[in-house]
Design a protein around this ligand. Sequence first.
Ligand SMILES: *Cc1c(COP(=O)(O)O)cnc(C)c1O
Length: 434
Amino acid sequence: MQLYGTSKITENGELSIGGCPVSQLTETYGTPLYVYDEDFIREQMRAYKRPFERAHLPHRIAYACKAFCTIGMCQLADSEGLWLDIVSEGELYTAIRAGIHPSHMCMNGNNKSDHELRYAVEVGVGLIVVDNFYEIDLLASILHEQNRSMDILLRVAPGVEAHTHEFISTGQQDSKFGFDLKSGQVQQAVKQVKEHKELQLVGLHSHIGSQIFDVEGFRLAAHRLAEQYAWLLQNYELHLHVLNLGGGLGVRYTEEDTPTPIETLTEELIAVTKEAFLTHGMDLPLLMLEPGRSIVAQAGTTLYTVGSRKEIPHVRTYVAVDGGMTDNPRLALYGAKYEAALAMRMHEQPTESIAIAGKCCESGDMLIWDAPLPQSHPGDLLAITCTGAYNYSMASHYNRIPNPAAILVKDGTARTIVKRETVEDLCRFDVRLE
Ligand SMILES: *Cc1c(COP(=O)(O)O)cnc(C)c1O
C-alpha cells in the first residue's frame, strides 16, 4: 500500500497519520473513521498556486467543495487563499457558516433553482457560471428585480472527452452541462447575455471531466476556447478577461493510476493556455481552476474494524468491515479501486487476497474486490487510503447506518471536523403517526 502525505509506519508497525498512531485515533473516535491529513491538504493547495506565483501570473484557485464539503474544510481552503466552488444552496450555506466571504465563491450547476440564484445574488457571490439559456433569463430577472449586476462566466461544452469512465465524463458534446460549442450555442448564449445589462460576461468556463492524468485534454479545450475568445473579440468587441478551465486532475488510488503531479500539471496548463491564446494573438486571461478531488482524495484515509469472514473454497474469501457503501459508495457507483492494509501490522507481508465487504444488505456493497493482506482477525484495524474525496460527501444512511466522524490530524493532534452521527440523529426527521 502506498502511503501519502504525513502517513508513516511506526517502529511497531502501526500506521500513523499526522503524527497520530491510528489506534489512538480509533480509541478516541471509534470506527469507521475518516482521517484527514491537514498538512497534506494544505500542501496540495499550495502546489496549485506555486507555478502561478513563480510566473507572477494572476490566478484564482477555487476548491470544488463538493469533493468534501464541511465547515472546517471550507475554512482550510480559505486560509490558504483559495476560493470556493459551490453548486447548491447547501454548499453555499456551509461556506457562509464557515465565515467565507461570498465574493470569494463561484457558483456552478446545471439546474440552479430560482431560490438558489436568489440566495447567491443576495449574499453577493463573486461569480456565477451560467450553464443554460433558461438560467440566463432567470438570473437576469432576479438581478433586475434587485437592481444589481453580477459577473458571470458561460459554461461551455468544448467537445473534449478526458476521462476513462463514462459516468464521470462531462466535457464531450453529449453532456447535460453547458452550451455546446460545435453547434454554435455559445455564440447564441453570448448574444442573449448581451441583452441583459445586469449580466457582466467576464469569460468562459469548461470542465472536461474527472480523474484526468495529463494535460492533453486541457490543451485541446484551451485551443477551442481561445478561438472563441478571438471570435467574440472580433465580432462583438467583447474582451473576456477570465478563463476557467475547471477541475478534474486525477489522483492515485492504486498503482494503475499515474496522474501528473499537481505542480507539474499546473505548469503545463499555464503553458498550453498561453500558447493557445498566443496562436490567436491574445494575452493569457486570468486563469481560474476548480480542483476538488486532487486537493483532498489522497489526504483522506478511512479506518474500519474487521468483523466477519466467509471463505468460499476455490472461489473467494470475504472479510466484512463495520462500514461500506454507506461511507464509500464509489466502488458500487463507478467500480472504483482502492488499496488497504491492516493498520496495526503494516510490516507484515500479505498472505491472501481478500474481498473487503461492507455491512449493508446489498451484494454490491463492496470496498475492494482483491486486497492482498496478511491473515486478518475480527477486531483488527483496516485502513483504506485515498478516501478523502467523494466519500463523506456521497455518504448515505442506507440500512440506517449513521455517518462516521471525520477528524483532521496534524503534528500529533487530532481535531474533529465532523461529529459521528448517532442513531437518534437518524430519526431526527421521522414523524410518528398519531
Ligand atoms: C466536479 C467539478 C469540479 C471538480 O472536479 P474534480 O475532479 O474533483 O477536481 C470542478 N468544476 C466543476 C464544474 C465540477 O463539476
